[in-house]
Design a binder for this molecule. Structure first.
Ligand code: SAH
Length: 284
């Protein structure tokens, strides 16, 4: 049978080697929103450098079901303490600084973080809501990450910036899963034939049978004349081909056509239509 396109329970583990560090956050609601953003993307290691207020009610309210991330959060008094054991530190910034550092876009930064995390903890550091990270703090980082936002309005809400990075970290993790296990999460499920679709795609002979039946019905109800076809069937073909019909959809459509013929009194036993109806019935 088709494999579900949705993530299965229990296939993910919290990656504690990737550490999210928030420096001097002023709004505890943002800390809660960060916990939620992290847990959604299966990350669990949160370090807080001198938060203005933590733990408190607002942070837990905003964390929704991610209160475990807050329970396990480490509160420290300096950035140095939060990154002392890290093998790689990445600082996020909404704007360029005087002396430019190597800057990465989020997907590359996520790949780099995952790579380095094999050797030890990797910190992704986020700054204060009002003025970001100081130059001294950014200079403690190996790389800078810039989310390529609108240059005229570049600063994201803290938790949203964390969400973007956690999402990229998760995408990198899923892409790297062995044996293609990540593919059900990443591949699009748009049409019959794609992994996860609930009904197999209709084979060409069934689709062609449907077009034949459709044309017959349109003739029966005086909507279409075979001697003066114009582009009607071409346009209808394009419409239905675009939908990439599955077997059940073909059956339903043929059932509808048969009902139209019955009601129009054109459904003669032994006719093409009658054969089509039984074909549709067989597919149910
Ligand atoms: N006004 C501050 C930005 C604060 S936003 C400034 O000008 O620096 C709070 C934090 O969210 C930032 O310190 C950074 O960690 C993160 N952030 C916001 N927008 C970002 C962006 N476009 N790229 C990377 N990080 C961003």
């Amino acid at each position: 049978m088709h494999k579900s396109a949705m993530p299965q329970e229990g296939t993910d583990t919290f990656d504690d080697q990737i550490r999210i560090v928030l420096v001097e956050t002023s709004h505890s609601g943002n800390i809660g929103a960060v916990a939620r953003a992290m847990k959604n993307m299966a990350l669990g290691s949160l370090w807080l450098v001198n938060p203005a207020s933590f733990p408190d009610e607002t942070s837990y309210a905003r964390a929704a079901g991610a209160s475990d991330v807050l329970d396990n959060a480490r509160v420290v008094t300096s950035l140095d303490e939060a990154i002392a054991d890290c093998v790689c530190v990445m600082g996020t910034s909404a704007r360029g600084r005087k002396v430019p550092w190597p800057v990465m876009a989020p997907p590359d930064a996520a790949a780099k973080a995952a790579e380095h995390s094999a050797a030890g903890p990797v910190a992704v550091v986020f700054g204060r809501e009002n003025h970001g990270l100081s130059n001294e703090e950014l200079q403690r980082c190996n790389f800078h990450i810039h989310i390529p936002s609108n240059p005229d309005y570049s600063s994201l809400n803290l938790s949203m910036a964390v969400q973007v990075m956690c999402y990229e970290l998760r995408m990198d993790y899923l892409r790297g899963l062995e044996g293609g296990d990540g593919s059900p999460y990443l591949k699009p499920m748009n049409a019959p034939g794609d992994a996860g679709w609930d009904v197999p795609p209709a084979p060409v002979k069934d689709v062609e049978g449907f077009f034949e039946h459709l044309e017959q019905v349109l003739v029966d109800v005086d909507f279409h004349r075979r001697e003066k076809p114009g582009l009607l069937m071409t346009r209808l073909r394009r419409l239905f081909q675009r939908a990439k019909l599955d077997r059940t959809e073909i059956s339903i459509l043929r059932g509808v056509l048969t009902a139209v013929q019955k009601s129009a009194g054109t459904d003669q036993p032994g006719s093409n239509t009658s054969k089509a109806r039984s074909a549709a019935g067989e597919q149910e």
